[in-house]
Design a protein around this ligand. Structure first.
Ligand code: ADP
Ligand code: MG
Length: 247
């Protein structure tokens, strides 16, 4: 597999506070990497650094060999190649579902409306929301809105998709429908970097796991041995905080 993302010696500070400290890892094309770690350890900051939303102090982020760095003029182009879905779906309230997912490809990528709409309808169908295409976000449940947010990200044809705790604000019965969509994306070979607290899901979807704590990668391993044979005491402790059913 070819490498698509390379993070080298990444350091991120807010004033004097070091949030990320010498973070190094790579992601290959088609790989799914799940990042776990206690609240406040820097997971969201890391994802934001990866698509150039945050300035970094040291190190580099390379997407297919191109620098992702907010100071760079062509950042927009690079950022378009990395999709991101957040906990809050942030759909436009006064636009229909179809408009929400087609707006950026038409305006930013300058693609033909007809072609973009065909693609959007196919994706909405795939996530079970074709019948909602003409409705507004307020008419949808949280799980449905999050599936729309995933479609919106996919419509930009990203090479890497970053998902930051996308089920964290959902009622339990809606978590499954969103995670099923992510599992199907993994099966079709999408490259994804996922932050989640859903350990059972992580185990099912991940090729590789990263445990982040205090802004550092404490442990990184192939999924099975990460869960079954954690090497550091810190990861052992962390995994024990999840109930048996979670694992
Ligand atoms: P996680 O997603 O793992 O819960 P975050 O990346 O959100 O963690 O935050 C990591 C640390 O950085 C936390 O201590 C948080 O308070 C701090 N932090 C996050 N964003 C900012 C900011 N804009 N300014 C200052 N500190 C921040
Ligand atoms: Mg976070």
């Amino acid at each position: 597999m070819d490498e698509i993302l390379r993070v080298s010696h990444l350091q991120k500070k807010y004033d004097d506070f070091t949030v990320l400290d010498d973070v190094n890892f790579t992601v290959k094309k088609g790989e799914v990497v799940v990042i776990v770690g206690p609240s406040g350890c820097g997971k969201s900051t890391l994802l934001r650094c990866l698509n150039g939303l945050e300035e970094i102090q040291e190190g580099s982020v390379l997407l297919d060999g191109a620098v992702v760095n907010p100071n760079k003029k062509d950042l927009c182009k690079t950022r378009e190649r990395i999709g991101m879905v957040f906990q809050s779906y942030d759909l436009f309230p006064h636009k229909t579902i179809l408009q929400n997912v087609t707006l950026a490809p038409i305006l930013v990528k300058k693609r033909k409306k007809e072609e973009v709409c065909q693609e959007a309808l196919a994706l909405l169908k795939r996530v079970g929301l074709l019948s909602k295409k003409d409705q507004y976000p307020r008419q949808l449940s949280g799980g449905q809105k999050q599936r729309v947010a995933i479609v919106r990200a996919l419509m930009m044809q990203p090479e890497v998709l970053l998902l930051d705790e996308i089920t964290a604000s959902l009622d339990p019965e809606m978590v499954r429908e969103v995670l099923d969509v992510v599992l199907s994306l993994a099966k079709e070979g999408r490259t994804m970097l996922i932050v989640t607290h859903e350990m059972q899901f992580a185990r099912a979807v991940a090729d590789r796991m990263i445990f982040l704590e205090g802004g550092k990668i404490v442990e990184e391993d192939e999924t099975k041995s990460f869960f079954e044979h954690p090497k550091t005491d810190r990861l052992k402790q962390f995994l024990q905080t999840f109930t048996y059913e979670d694992l």
